[in-house]
Design a binder for this molecule. Sequence first.
Ligand code: 13P
Length: 243
Amino acid sequence: MKKIIIANWKANLSLAQARSLAKKLAASRPAKNLTAVLCPDFVALGEMANRLKKSAFLLGAQDCSAFLPGAHTGEVAAAVLKQGGVKYVIIGHSERRANGEGAKVISQKIQQVVAEKLIPIICVGETAGERRLKKTKIVLAKQLQEVLAPLPSKHVKSPLIFAYEPVWAIGSGLTPEPLETAEICAMMKNLAAKAGFSRVTVIYGGSVTDQNAGEYLQYPAIAGLLVGGASLDARRFRRLLNF
Ligand code: 13P
């Protein structure tokens, strides 16, 4: 099965840096068995759509509005992202959850994204404290259930990506064991299937590098990777796409 590698640039790059990185990447070819996605910030998105048009890279956004287009100052609607060439949308990243984004809003955003036939990348993950208390599976089951349960049944066949991103692994250089990660990804896929969602895939994110990517991708249950820091350097990210 084709694996997916998604670059989350977060708010790390100036427009000039985003341009330069996209230019370097656009010329490269990810391995045949990989789908590669770049998620720049909203301002860079428009330009990236043009720059990447003839490349092997697809475009993703880092967030979207929970509402339909309308009087919602500061929001960017999923429909407009689609018009801008976006195919994937990261939803509920822990950095947004830490700023107060809750399950209800996350679920509304997923609904907007799937209604536009875009693919949401729904982030879930336990904190270091929850892991110490051995609550990882309980926390993940709750996070999954609370965003899937409110989705209308017409969306059960929509393709959804869950990104298992332990909060303690993000940007820390710490990572969970690949085998344990594969078991967790398989558990999440099963839980989603039990809830009726038949097209769920689960990827891993958190301190992924060109060195450790292969250790995760060797497991069929891990459908891909969500990459932060290691996606900001063209050479490193190219190595990651050709391991
Ligand atoms: P790092 O790869 O920098 O740990 O970030 C992971 C992440 O948050 C991707 O969404």
